[in-house]
Design a protein around this ligand. Structure first.
Ligand code: AMP
Length: 513
């Protein structure tokens, strides 16, 4: 039997690390590919060595302090928020392009190892990512020349991995995924042939990186007395702090030498000190989990059969202790923290391959069907009554089953109105009307009306939230002489021309080892 037959591969495109995976027909589970640098993790870092060449991975990450203006890190946090992540000599790269550089590198390494030509992939995204961020991830895949067959929530992918090594049928589980940049929570019920998502929560700006920053600050305050470090000393310092954080998972204290030019300072950090200086972050995690449980309690759900903990940062002992304290009677399962998401993406990819039947995939094991829900609510800004307050009128609600399609009638507010601005918002509100908040603006849809229409003429707004959590919005004026339509545009997403242009720019650059 061939080691892999499913020609759809998994990619965990992480804030800190990226991994490629395949479904191993012999082991009957997902496996990760090796990067050329060794190990399965490739740091999600891009260093622009010149205007025409770039380096991805460990070497790029290590140059971040020496050449901060030429190195891009943590750009996953910008996905769906902006088209402009870094300016290299007048060329502005989007978060999608930076992600594409990483995708190209990890796929090239995997191609070499597997002697393949990977094209079809499933990419994982944080469950709590916005719709625009999910769409931007698909765009990154396109720019990298990949055929993104689906995107799947990271915790769900982890669930597929765990379910492939121990059947979870009949269990209600929570997946707690604390990675380098994000905290993701999913509650799911697992049936014989199905995984049903029941709640999604988390914080897209809370991850291991934040523990690094707080520990750095505490050490600077204690040992540096306001002095700044030379760039290469700073680079070593940041790496040493992350290593210290990691070693404090197994040890009670850790030491390293802080170099500042000719000066050498012996730094000692105990686990108690680390936990004390990062306590606000632990409190943030507790609050997020509590909010998630409160939401479930409103729906009559109060506990789980199992909690699955994944993501590198979930290894920190204080996280484990906190979760044990919050769920004293629930079994915790911590397995394959770094690779579970990637491996599970390969299991899910096998399901897609089987469903498509385009590939000669054996039918011996069929991964479960995934029934998804919406992580957010979606609506448009509307006036309540003729002269009422402007609010967000939600059309699709958080936790709605996906795919979801909703059409709703709105009305023009003046005679002969020529333009209708449909502003689309994405929130966590669960009620029909929510307060306007421009930070939640997802995009706009501008409808130009031909002819003369009386006030209170109908405008139809169609929302279509796909299985993968990406949204399309259309506005229509159905009764005028010529019916017009407009599709939503977002400040952070690329139109067809921009996609081609950005792909060409990426392809022009040479990837260096
Ligand atoms: P991930 O996004 O799942 O790859 O997680 C990466 C994050 O996990 C980084 O912030 C790492 O520093 C952190 N991490 C990895 N291993 C450990 C460990 N043993 N203890 C604490 N943090 C860790």
């Amino acid at each position: 039997m061939a080691r892999f037959e499913s020609k759809i591969f998994g990619i965990d495109l992480g804030t800190t690390n990226t991994l490629v995976s395949y479904y191993d027909e012999i082991a009957k589970r997902g496996e990760c590919c090796e990067s050329k640098e060794g190990g399965s993790l490739t740091p999600s870092a891009v260093y622009f060595e010149t205007a025409d060449s770039y380096i991805v991975g460990r070497d790029a990450k290590d140059t971040a302090i020496l050449y901060p203006d030429r190195t891009a890190l943590y750009f996953k946090r910008l996905m769906g928020e902006t088209k402009e992540a870094i300016d290299i000599g007048g060329t502005v790269y989007s978060p999608q392009q930076l992600s594409a550089f990483v995708l190209k590198k990890v796929v090239e390494d995997a191609n070499e190892e597997l002697e393949e030509n990977i094209k079809d992939v499933v990419i994982t995204v944080p469950a709590y990512f916005t719709s625009a961020a999910k769409q931007a991830t698909k765009e990154a895949g396109v720019i990298a020349g990949l055929n993104v067959r689906d995107i799947i929530d990271e915790p769900c992918a982890a669930l597929y991995h765990i379910d492939s090594i121990q059947d979870l049928s009949g269990k209600r589980v929570m997946i707690f995924d604390l990675g380098g940049g994000t905290l993701d929570l999913i509650a799911a019920e697992i049936r014989d042939n199905e995984i049903n998502e029941i709640a999604i929560g988390g914080d897209t700006r809370l991850g291991g990186k934040d523990w690094d920053s707080m520990l750095q600050k505490s050490i600077r305050d204690r040992y540096l007395d306001g002095r700044t470090l030379r760039p290469d000393d700073e680079q070593d310092f940041e790496n040493d702090v992350e290593r210290t954080k990691i070693s404090l998972t197994g040890k009670k204290e850790s030491r390293f030498v802080l170099r500042n030019d000719a000066e050498k300072i012996q730094v000692k950090v105990t686990r108690a000190e680390f936990e004390s200086c990062t306590k606000p972050l632990l409190d943030k995690v507790r609050k997020t989990v509590q909010m998630f449980m409160d939401e479930l309690a409103e729906r009559g759900i109060s506990g789980f059969d199992k909690i699955i903990m994944v993501g590198g940062a979930s290894r920190m002992p204080q996280i484990n202790t906190m979760i044990r304290g919050m769920f004293p009677d629930t079994e915790l399962l911590q397995k394959d923290c770094d690779e579970a998401v990637a491996k599970g993406a390969a299991v899910y990819a096998k399901r897609i391959a089987q469903k498509a039947k385009r590939f000669s995939v054996r039918q011996s094991f069929t991964p479960k069907k995934l029934n998804r829900i919406s992580a957010r609510s979606y609506g448009i800004a509307a006036l309540l009554g003729d002269y009422g307050e402007k609010k967000i009128c939600n059309m699709i609600f958080k936790s709605a089953d996906l795919p979801a399609s909703v059409s709703k009638k709105f009305y023009t507010s003046i005679d002969n109105q020529k333009k209708v601005n449909i502003s689309v918002y994405e929130t966590t509100a669960t009620e029909r009307y929510a307060e306007l908040d421009d930070r939640m603006l997802l995009g706009n849809c501008e409808l130009h009306i031909e002819g003369e229409l009386p006030r209170r003429s109908e405008i139809i707004v169609d929302f279509n939230l796909r299985q993968d959590g990406t949204l399309t919005v259309e506005g229509r004026e159905p009764k005028g002489k010529t019916s017009v339509r407009a599709v939503m545009e977002s400040r952070a997403l690329l139109n067809a021309d921009e996609l081609i242009e950005q792909k060409n720019t990426v392809n022009k650059l040479i990837m260096k080892e």
